[in-house]
Write a protein that binds this ligand. Structure first.
Ligand code: BGC
Length: 769
């Protein structure tokens, strides 16, 4: 089964997209898949190296700035470019640079090895003078040595011998990418970084940079070694780069080993000293040992995460691709999260959104809870900023999480589709509850979860109000960014209700089970019994809009009164609408950018009847453009939920290959992380129908016609489970841990190590229970 993504023919149009598709990362560092040798000047490229959370601060320019608008925002910074490796062949007078644009490319292949955690680019090339050689560039960002970006080049001569010169660069003269016409990427192209130090020591080159305003330092230390003992090295210090050159005769297979260690000043104090030490520690490891370490990390990741699709190789490849890139982008240190484009590009400027909590955390929580805990912890580290923001927004208490951020401060300058999305606070609370349901981790609840739940619940009491026996929430924006500033957005209200209910339940649990901790927490937060009662009241009396006529949940109080968007009169090239219509034009119509109420029905399904969920699905499907990549996966999952398995499958196909096939047209700016997680959800929560509830795991398995089967592992409260659905059977095995009962199509089945659950598949794709 496929473990490789390959790009066998050079498609010059696709090179820019491949920079995202072939990026290397480990949650700390991300390096775009740029070509080592560079590109001719006229060819567009986004050459990028990023550290998760490493940012500068920039002013937000406003024509009219009102109270509470953020003055500045954080911006992920593109740091020094250490990818450069040029290979020149021929004698001094006739030297030619190996390039895809000159000479003759006899064969080419670029491979992402998802099982090994590395990429390769193999080029069989002949110069105009007839020098012929095969070059293999292997690169990885290590999961074992967090700071290491490793390039390993194999040169094999075909014509013999070839004079070769290799030029390796570390370049500090870098900028971020900008595009004034696309709100999804930065519009200013100013420099955010200056060079503090360039240094060439005996066996390494070193660059230290500093961001212009946030004052954060970053550094790279690089070594280069050729397997040929007679090679001659030269180093040249330029104004903003260090160039290392090595000359030799290529007469047998030769290897170049280039290691770059990268770090920044929030996690490392004395950058040079610490990087020198890390370099020394790993000096004894050769290429094979580093590759083996990487492979062993990947083995354990796949063991816990791999989803197998039987009977569709292309989809199999796509799912692994998606899971692999999620891993490469996930902050693992408790101080960072997963940006909307991960570490693969600069779209959305490296900001973290609700994407992590709603689209990505389910996968990590149920496959790698330790990593999920780290991602959750990040939100705890910015809880104080969320408290401050709540105050700034006129609330006496509670935590309002920023719509988009790196350090915790709001970065959104367009509040109707930014700060107004208050639901993010409930989304974060939801992800803590989800983790608790999946792990029963009381320690983490005490460490972070309880506080987040109480502070976010407080926000709803502040922002909402009781009116005629109902609790209502006015003037917010739901997930659908084509509808803004509304009263009683169904999604927001139902998620706030869940948040309030859980804050109440957890408080009672702590009161009984952890009275000392509870007392201390109450004191810390100056939390009163009256507040606890208000949570209960607000949850019980939460107003959830319902339309009697259509028997659906309206998206908000006025949504259904608006005219329906003229879909027939909208030319295909006018999508996404946000790039072609003023927001007010869009807001006046019933048109959704993405799943909103339908997503609410997924997250909190017990609040609506089967019929209402289905009616709503049908209603919103007709008016949703899926202009956001966060949408199709939800329509896939919920399509399966309401019994449209084949429709679900069609949506699923769109999500599965969204980046591989550049379906949204902007994969060059980075991979769509939420969608990558959405693919996993579409299988596990869609076709297998998994929900986590207080009484445990509930499933509603269905098998799309196109597949022979699907399989996936799960971690649940200290157990390893393995789910397999094929045309004959639906089975769940308990691999480790205590027996447990699982609900399948609303019937309970026990599973023990000796006795898996095994139910016969039905001819309609479901199962016979
Ligand atoms: C979506 C948001 C999402 C953001 C970042 C926007 O296009 O509408 O829901 O959080 O992208 O992925």
């Amino acid at each position: 089964m496929s473990w490789k993504i390959q790009s066998k023919n050079i498609d010059f149009e696709k090179l820019l997209i491949e920079e995202s598709l072939f990026f290397n990362g480990n949650g700390y560092i991300g390096i775009r898949g740029n070509l080592e040798e560079g590109l001719p000047e006229h060819v567009e490229t986004i050459r990028g190296t990023y550290i998760n959370g490493y940012h500068d601060i920039v002013n937000i320019p406003y024509g009219e700035k009102l109270f509470g608008f953020p003055e500045t925002q954080q911006k992920l910074v593109n740091i020094m470019d250490t990818q450069g490796i040029e290979i020149w062949v021929g004698s001094d007078q006739e030297k030619e640079k190996v390039s895809l644009y000159t000479g003759e490319v006899l064969s080419y292949n670029r491979i992402l090895h998802m099982d090994k955690g590395l990429t390769e680019r193999i080029l069989h090339w002949r110069s105009r003078q007839g020098h012929e050689l095969i070059i293999k560039f292997t690169r990885l960002v290590s999961f074992h040595i967090q700071e290491l970006f490793y390039q390993f080049v194999t040169l094999t001569p075909i014509s013999n011998p070839i004079p070769v010169q290799i030029v390796s660069t570390m370049n500090g003269d870098v900028k971020n990418y900008a595009n004034r016409n696309d709100p999804r990427v930065a519009s200013d192209d100013k420099k955010h970084i200056k060079i503090n130090q360039l240094l060439q020591c005996e066996d390494y080159s070193f660059i230290e940079l500093e961001t212009c305003r946030s004052g954060l330092r970053s550094a790279a230390l690089s070594t280069m070694k050729l397997s040929n003992p007679y090679a001659k090295y030269r180093y040249e210090m330029k104004k903003s780069a260090i160039v290392s050159t090595v000359d030799f005769q290529l007469s047998a297979e030769t290897f170049l080993d280039k290691r770059t260690f990268i770090a920044e000043s929030t996690r490392y104090e004395e950058l040079r000293k610490e990087l020198v030490a890390i370099k020394k520690e790993s000096a004894s490891l050769n290429y094979h040992e580093i590759a083996i370490q990487q492979k062993s990390y990947m083995n354990s990741f796949w063991n816990d995460t791999d989803v197998i699709i039987q009977g569709d190789e292309q989809i199999q490849e796509a799912i692994r691709f998606n899971l692999y890139h999620l891993l490469q982008s996930a902050g693992q240190d408790g101080k960072t999260s997963i940006a909307a484009k991960g570490l693969s590009g600069e779209g959305y400027e490296g900001h973290y959104f609700w994407d992590t909590e709603i689209y990505l955390l389910p996968m990590f929580t149920l496959t790698n809870p330790a990593l999920a805990r780290k991602l959750l912890l990040y939100r705890y580290t910015i809880l104080n900023s969320a408290r401050e923001r709540a105050k700034e927004m006129g609330h006496k208490k509670g935590a309002l999480y920023p719509w988009r951020t790196i350090t915790g401060k709001e970065c959104s300058s367009y509040f109707p589709a930014g700060t107004a999305q208050y639901h993010i606070s409930a989304d974060i609370a939801y992800s803590y509850v989800y983790y608790f349901l999946a792990t029963n981790d009381m320690e983490f609840l005490k460490e972070a979860g309880a506080e987040v739940l109480l502070e976010t619940a407080r926000l709803w009491i502040e922002v909402g109000h009781f009116k005629e026996d109902q609790f209502r929430i006015d003037t917010v924006t739901g997930p659908d960014e084509y509808t803004a500033i509304v009263n009683n957005n169904y999604y927001t209200n139902v998620m706030a209700k869940y948040n309030l209910q859980w804050a109440y339940d957890i408080s009672l649990k702590l009161q009984i089970e952890e009275p000392i901790f509870w007392k201390r927490l109450k004191e810390k937060l100056s939390f009163t019994e009256g507040e606890l009662e208000s949570f209960k009241q607000a949850a019980e009396r939460m107003y959830l809009p319902y339309d009697e006529n259509r028997q659906i949940n309206p998206q908000d109080d006025t949504f259904l009164q608006k005219e329906i968007w003229d879909f027939e009169g909208t030319p295909a090239e006018h999508y996404p609408l946000l790039l072609h219509y003023h927001p007010l034009t869009i807001y006046r119509y019933q048109v959704c950018k993405q799943a909103d109420t339908v997503l609410a029905h997924f997250l909190v399904e017990d609040e609506a009847s089967e019929a209402v969920i289905k009616n709503s699905y049908e209603y919103y499907e007709k008016i949703t453009t899926h202009d956001s990549s966060l949408s199709s996966c939800v329509f896939s999952m919920m399509g399966a939920r309401v019994g449209y398995v084949e429709k679900a499958y069609n949506y699923f196909i769109e999500t599965a290959r969204l980046d591989l096939d550049n379906i949204q047209g902007n994969t060059k700016d980075g991979l769509h992380m939420a969608n990558l997680g959405g693919t996993w959800l579409a299988i596990v929560a869609g076709f297998a129908g998994l929900r986590l509830k207080k009484n445990g795991i509930c499933l509603r398995p269905q098998l799309p016609k196109a597949w022979k089967g699907y399989k996936f592992p799960l971690q649940y409260q200290g157990r390893s489970l393995f789910v397999h659905h094929n045309q004959d059977h639906f089975t769940i095995e308990l691999l480790t841990g205590e027996p447990v009962t699982i609900s399948i199509w609303n019937k309970n089945y026990p599973v023990t190590k000796d006795k898996p659950i095994s139910l016969p598949s039905a001819s309609n794709g479901g199962i016979n229970v």
